[in-house]
Design a protein around this ligand. Structure first.
Ligand SMILES: Cc1cc2nc3c(=O)[nH]c(=O)nc-3n(C[C@H](O)[C@H](O)[C@H](O)COP(=O)(O)OP(=O)(O)OC[C@H]3O[C@@H](n4cnc5c(N)ncnc54)[C@H](O)[C@@H]3O)c2cc1C
Length: 423
């Protein structure tokens, strides 16, 4: 488990936007918009009172990342379907305890269930109280409450310092049935709000955004037809709705003290929570961008994430280079060469490779003069991907595996299936 404060994530995103010369206009509100066949006209208001200014912007597309109360979602008429669940209290605070730091703790107190999530900072924890009804008290009062409840739950004196951040929130378990209407899209909390029990809200929003970003970029740069944008809904609506089920199960489990009366059921609960939080189980198996597997085998399969590897494998010479190459937001064709002089790249290059595809040759011998060559000297890339000489793997810009196979003919077929989407 590795927690990062949301403010740090936002700082990283803002820095990245700045380096890409994307300028954020703070204190500017979208008020309304209209879309037609060619584009979207958006009415913005910036500043307040006498300084307020209105601006009309014409754009090809509109993307609403405007949170749970999304104006874009409401103006598109997309319903946020679901239910309201319990109210919880959360606080980030220093806790004077010697509890194990490398896990989540789920505890029972007479007044309800408590949870503790470690931060990397010394002794800092995110505390969660599932009996959160009533007004939000002052930090000192919240510290006293948590001290008392944790002392009861752990049957020893625990002191909690006044928290640096507190929030009381009513859990909403809701999602939209569609994430775009015409030229307008919604992502993140604008499209799905759910229990924070699995720490998935921000992470799912970022994955929504990444999913749509590369598709929009291909369409805007004329590399794909707008029909590609339909796959955003096809892939992400299901993920948002599945989140309601998985986070709902964790929420119910967290609330049900009796479900965790044994060490065993506690471990099952924690493992389920961490597995959900990792997001590694997300796959696009039924997507139009996934070419089904004729011969299911070992290694990552079409629709799954390519990099499901151990920390040790990630540090192997081949994986270090490959992970760096995969960071660019292009499609990648991984081509596996044998140890002989004639690489299979010649074989695979016979296919009509579109210009949006970057070829990466992975070889057990040192490659000279290859722009995108990976010297897999210890064979760990081949092993973890369960690939042999002559195989190829097609990887999407978001790191998901679109297709895999062996030899030129199967590659041509797979590319043919994708280019039928006008890519
Ligand atoms: C207590 C709590 C704990 C959480 N813990 C975690 C966690 O551990 N891990 C995790 O992944 N997630 C967590 N989440 C969820 C996470 O905070 C949200 O999922 C995430 O912030 C959603 O990001 P977003 O960009 O979609 O929306 P928001 O963060 O809500 O951002 C929307 C932005 O749009 C702006 N905006 C709104 N309307 C307009 C308009 N009309 N015009 C212009 N701008 C507008 C808002 O001012 C805001 O800046 C937690 C949530 C809560 C409440």
């Amino acid at each position: 488990m590795f927690n990062i404060d949301q403010v740090i994530t936002e700082r990283v995103l803002r820095g990245h936007a700045a380096s890409a010369e994307a300028h954020v206009e703070w204190n500017t509100r979208l008020e309304s918009f209209q879309q037609d066949a060619e584009g979207v006209t958006v009415m913005l208001r910036s500043g307040d009172g006498e300084d307020a200014a209105q601006e009309t912007v014409r754009a090809n597309y509109l993307w609403g990342c405007d949170g749970g109360r999304s104006t874009v979602r409401k103006l598109l008429g997309l319903p946020l379907k679901g239910e309201t669940a319990a109210t919880w209290l959360t606080a980030d605070a220093i806790v004077h305890t010697n509890l194990e730091r490398d896990t989540i703790h789920s505890l029972s107190s007479p007044s309800g269930a408590l949870m503790m999530f470690p931060f990397p900072d010394p002794n800092k924890w995110r505390l969660l109280d599932t009996s959160g009804e009533g007004e939000l008290e002052q930090p000192e009062q919240i510290a006293r409450q948590f001290s008392a409840k944790l002392s009861q739950a752990l049957e020893r004196e625990i002191v909690v310092d006044p928290p640096t951040w507190t929030a009381k929130f009513t859990i909403q378990q809701r999602a939209v049935p569609a994430m775009h209407v015409g030229r307008c899209f919604v992502s993140g909390d604008a499209a799905h709000v759910h229990s924070p029990a699995s720490g998935r809200g921000l992470n799912t929003g970022i994955q929504d955004a990444y999913n749509l970003a590369w598709k929009l970029a291909m369409v805007v740069h004329g590399q794909a037809d707008a029909v590609l944008l339909e796959t955003y809904d096809a892939e992400r609506v299901r993920i948002g709705q599945a989140l309601l089920t998985s986070t709902g199960a964790v929420t119910n489990s967290a609330m049900a003290d009796t479900a965790r009366n044994t060490q065993n059921s506690d471990q099952v609960f924690i493992r389920q929570l961490i597995w959900n939080a990792s997001g590694l189980n997300i796959a696009y198996t039924d997507s139009p961008l996934t070419v089904p597997d004729d011969e299911p085998g070992k290694g990552p399969r079409p629709g799954q994430r390519l990099t499901q590897i151990s920390a040790a494998d990630a540090q192997s010479p081949g994986w270090i280079v490959l992970r760096a190459l995969l960071r660019t937001s292009a499609w990648h064709l991984l081509v596996f060469a044998g140890s002989g002089l004639s690489t299979t790249q010649d074989q695979v290059s016979a296919a009509t490779a579109p210009d949006w595809l970057e070829k990466v040759t992975i070889s057990p011998r040192r490659l000279n003069g290859e722009a995108h060559g990976v010297w897999d000297s210890d064979g760990r890339v081949q092993d973890t991907l369960a690939a042999t000489a002559g195989d190829w793997i097609l990887v999407r810009p978001d790191g998901y595996l679109s297709a895999r196979g062996s030899g030129d003919t199967s590659l041509r077929d797979a590319l043919g299936q994708l280019t039928s989407l006008n890519m």
